[in-house]
Write a protein that binds this ligand. Structure first.
Ligand SMILES: Nc1nc2c(c(=O)[nH]1)N[C@H]1C(S)=C(S)[C@@H](COP(=O)(O)OP(=O)(O)OC[C@H]3O[C@@H](n4cnc5c(=O)[nH]c(N)nc54)[C@H](O)[C@@H]3O)O[C@H]1N2
Ligand SMILES: Nc1nc2c(c(=O)[nH]1)N[C@H]1C(S)=C(S)[C@@H](COP(=O)(O)OP(=O)(O)OC[C@H]3O[C@@H](n4cnc5c(=O)[nH]c(N)nc54)[C@H](O)[C@@H]3O)O[C@H]1N2
Ligand SMILES: [Mo]
Length: 843
């Protein structure tokens, strides 16, 4: 296992460990060191040398520090399956894209909110003092609140930021902006936007973020495991908190059982995933976006062959009678037979029957991923998966039923008996200064519709049974997220962006979001400040101290200090800090857990001993657990959180919303665009996946130069493409290609592989947007951001979630002059302007 994940980094680490004696500057490169660190040799201040135990979204590690410079990273010894990405974390601190100073876009400095916004993206910025940047920020908030009210200020976006119970960048933003005034908020997220709205109606809970049945029970009881559009081996490398990577041990055991034919694993996926390569098993290479027809045909087989569990359907579900006529074709004239499905999903009718029979032949655990619900009509996939599981009748049994969270946050590990730490809170209870009227506009928007909102003020859309009237957004603040990577249809976004008067971005990497902002503020990384975090996500295996590894680079400040200084400008500093220093907060968070621990019989040392000692506490092991077991055992006493308390195969609440694109039971809807003979495939024949990266966390670590060098192809983001598709286009492995559709174009580096079905290609999300001509809609992306090519439409009126994975493209070998990659070098600093001159004109 360790060799599987820890591949390319090892040699570099050996190389570096032989270099510890060499000077830090020779390892890091002098130009990347902050001035005060470059001065190290003559600096009288003692520079720390030694190991620092710390953590990240990629796991825990020991940072090797020499003379105050982080030179190497060794995985934490308790992590038996570290990810190779741990090698790239050091580069979060040292890379050419670090935001060094507060900066303001040149025309915004000259003209303030009346600036020429078509210049956004040209990347010309002026360095300003911190005090001036924060004055601008504050005056803009005042102006927008006074002139337009709260609906014009958007501070709702959150994202993957960094780990740490105190320094949660998004929470700090909400707290500080919320102390100034109310503002436009958001609903949902990009991850599970469709599933998290539909599943509470169907199964009574979100299902996506919850713990799953303990792996030991699955390994003991399952006969068949169907991994439906999920790649845990790839995706468990990261975690929302510090992952302990403990589930990998179970996947090793699963691989053994597959080898010994004790468990059959079936991967429904158009790609041979990392998980398939790791655990083995068979592939059902379904055509992209057509899993619902496949599931309907499975349900049809279970019904017609009398393989479904009638008692379970009768006792634990409602509405099968309303779904059945659709399955039989009585409502729409189309019987959902395997023959019908074959034509759409590409799987032979007999193979579909065999799959249904296999699933009904013993205990079957269905493991559903999330990519399939990041598509147009993504709700249907989640709903239909539950219906298939309900027909099999094993929900609530160990090793049976469905689960949607297996690839996330150490799921399937056994949760410890330890206490849970609380964190810094986004709300204070202190009244905001501005609490104006929303003037009939909605107070929130579905998050993935935020560009539509900027584009269409005053428009009303449907969402989850509500009318949402888009306000006119004038100012937007981003902190700990990167919309110029995560949002779809980049060229549409660039045009819409011009309507915003002022954009603020707070980050430590000069992302495309910073390039398209007006005020950019440099944050510290986790490794330049103290914090504390849970070790293990669902496992809650312990607590880890995250002490500062190195001093802050350049003029970077902690988000805590940035927002405290902002709050001082409107007399809310005390309310923001709660009268506590950062260290006092960390101690309080720890002590909260310590107190809770006493109730649980878990003894923890006092804070000083913890912080100055090992900086790590192990929690005692917990007990195995079965998802939905209590409901199965006592459906009357432990009903689901649905309207009926049962699994809703038909849902009256959804039916009564009256939406054409999400009705009373799961259905197949054709897509706006689809490969494999679907709409528009004559023009753009290849399905573009933009799955989650194997070598990054979204856009994080993309600016880690050395790590990027291990996977990029001729400096470009890889595009994975099937051998026959490549041959037909005269493309060879390693070629630079142009990927395009009528939304945009990107350059990428071809990786030709039979792991991908014909007609399917992939560029992983998070590849930094690197426009050839910054700010010009339609310009080619020189690195390979897939969101130049994706569609920006809602999944349906129910969830209005992202449909990033409903995208088709074509590819050609690139024969033009190859431009340099533009994305990773930070801003173009304009110095022939006095930054203080225009200050009085603002606000
Ligand atoms: N095409 C396509 N697009 C997708 C997806 C897809 O599957 N396909 N997936 C979607 C999903 S599921 C998600 S979750 C989103 C993820 O989208 P994001 O959460 O926006 O992605 P990240 O790259 O993690 O962005 C986090 C940003 O926070 C910054 N940051 C890190 N630490 C700190 C800090 O301490 N302080 C501050 N101020 N900033 C910090 C990082 O440098 C980075 O720029 O992407 C979505 N976009
Ligand atoms: N390494 C790494 N891990 C991560 C993240 C990361 O950025 N990097 N991000 C984390 C986050 S925020 C999230 S939301 C999750 C995302 O978790 P998911 O959305 O589940 O992950 P993906 O990797 O996008 O896709 C999972 C699988 O779906 C398959 N798939 C795609 N289209 C289809 C289809 O039409 N039919 C079928 N049957 N299968 C299909 C893909 O081939 C892939 O194997 O991952 C988390 N884990
Ligand atoms: Mo996500």
């Amino acid at each position: 296992m360790a060799t599987q994940i820890l591949n390319k980094g090892v040699s570099r680490r050996r190389f570096l460990s032989g270099m510890v004696a060499a000077s830090a500057a020779s390892v890091v490169g002098t130009s990347l060191l902050a001035p005060r660190q470059a001065l190290a040799a003559s600096d009288s201040q003692a520079k720390f040398t030694g190991d620092v135990l710390s953590g990240s979204h990629w796991g825990a590690f020991r940072a090797k520090v020499v003379d105050g410079v982080w030179v190497d990273t060794v995985p934490f010894e308790k992590d038996k399956n570290p990810t190779h990405m741990i090698d790239g974390v050091r580069e979060v601190v040292y890379n050419p894209a670090r935001v060094k100073y507060p900066m303001v876009r040149i025309d915004w400095l000259k003209q303030g909110y009346k600036s020429d916004t078509t210049q956004r993206g040209d990347n010309r910025f002026v360095r300003v003092p911190w005090s001036q940047a924060l004055d601008f920020f504050y005056h803009e908030m005042e102006r927008v609140q006074n002139n337009y009210g709260p609906s014009a200020l958007y501070a709702g976006h959150t994202g993957w930021q960094s780990v740490g119970k105190l320094h949660s960048a998004g929470t700090m933003m909400s707290r500080a902006i919320g102390l100034h005034g109310t503002y436009l908020g958001k609903m949902g997220d990009y991850s599970t936007g469709a599933a998290q709205v539909v599943l509470p109606y169907v199964a009574g809970a979100m299902e996506v973020y919850e713990q799953q049945t303990s792996w030991p029970l699955v390994l003991e009881h399952s006969d068949t495991i169907v991994i439906w559009g999920s790649d845990p081996i790839k995706n468990l490398q990261v975690g929302w908190l510090v992952p302990d990577h403990s589930p990998y041990a179970y996947y090793e055991q699963l691989a053994e059982k597959v080898k010994n034919k004790e468990i059959k694993v079936i991967h429904v996926d158009p790609v041979r995933s990392q998980t398939m390569k790791f655990v083995g098993g068979e592939q059902v290479p379904v055509n992209p976006q057509t899993d619902v027809p496949l599931m309907l045909a499975i349900a049809h087989t279970l019904y017609t062959e009398n393989l479904y569990n009638k008692d379970f359907v009768a006792d634990y579900t409602t509405g099968f009678d309303k779904f059945l006529p659709y399955l039989q074709g009585k409502t729409d004239g189309i019987e959902k037979t395997p023959e019908w499905a074959e034509k759409i999903c590409g799987i032979k009718a007999d193979d579909i029957r065999a799959l249904a029979r296999q699933m009904a032949s013993g205990r079957t655990q269905i493991i559903g991923g999330w990519c399939l619900q990041r598509m147009q009509h993504g709700e249907q996939y989640a709903w239909m998966l539950v219906v298939v599981a309900a027909m099999l009748g094993q929900i609530g049994l160990p090793g049976g039923g469905f689960g949607f969270g297996w690839h996330y946050n150490d799921a399937g590990s056994i949760t410890s008996n330890g206490p849970l730490m609380s964190g810094f809170s986004g709300v204070t209870g202190v009244a905001p200064i501005h609490n104006g009227s929303f003037n009939g506009y909605s107070t929130y928007i579905p998050v993935a519709r935020f560009v539509d909102c900027i584009d269409n003020p005053g428009k009303t859309i449907q969402w989850n049974g509500h009318d949402v009237k888009f306000p006119e957004m004038k100012m937007a603040i981003f902190c700990g997220n990167n919309p110029f990577h995560h949002h779809q249809d980049r060229n549409k976004m660039i045009k819409a962006w011009r309507k915003l008067e002022t954009v603020v971005s707070i980050d430590h990497q000069w992302t495309a979001t910073c390039r398209f902002a007006d005020i950019v503020l440099p944050a510290t990384t986790t490794h330049e400040r103290h914090d504390i975090e849970q070790y293990g996500n669902h496992s809650n295996a312990g607590i880890i101290a995250l002490p500062k590894v190195v001093e802050p680079m350049f003029e970077a400040k902690d988000d805590f200090d940035i927002f405290r200084d902002l709050c001082r400008r409107y007399d809310r500093e005390e309310a923001f800090t709660g009268g506590k220093t950062q260290m006092e907060w960390i101690e309080e968070i720890y002590n909260g857990a310590r107190l809770q621990g006493r109730g649980l019989g878990v003894r923890m040392p006092n804070f000083k001993k913890f912080w100055e000692g090992e900086g790590f506490i192990d929690f005692p092991a917990g007990t195995e657990w079965v998802r939905h077991e209590s409901f199965r055992k006592e459906p009357d006493l432990e009903p689901l959180g649905t309207a009926s308390g049962l699994i809703e195969i038909y849902c009256k609440t959804i039916a009564e919303m009256g939406y054409d694109d999400c009705q009373g039971h799961p259905m197949w809807f054709e897509k706006k665009e689809r490969s494999h003979g679907g709409p528009r495939s004559d023009k753009f024949p290849l399905h573009l996946q933009s799955c989650h990266p194997n070598h990054r966390l979204h856009s994080q670590l993309c600016s880690s130069t050395e790590l990027r060098g291990t996977y990029s192809v001729q400096d470009r983001e890889p595009i994975y493409i099937n051998t026959k598709d490549a041959e037909a286009r005269g493309i060879k492995d390693g070629d630079i290609v142009r990927v395009f559709n009528d939304r945009g174009q990107v350059l990428a580096g071809a990786v030709v592989t039979d792991d991908y079905s014909q007609g399917v290609c992939r560029i992983e999300e998070g590849a930094w947007y690197s426009p050839l001509e910054g700010g010009k809609p339609g310009t080619i992306c020189t690195y390979g951001d897939p969101n130049v090519l994706t569609q920006d439409i809602g999944s349906s009126k129910l969830a209005q979630a992202t449909s990033a994975h409903s995208a088709i493209v074509n590819i050609e070998k690139y024969t033009g002059v190859v431009p340099a990659v533009t994305g990773f070098h930070g801003p173009t600093e304009v110095t022939d302007i006095d930054p203080l001159f225009p200050a009085m004109k603002q606000g």
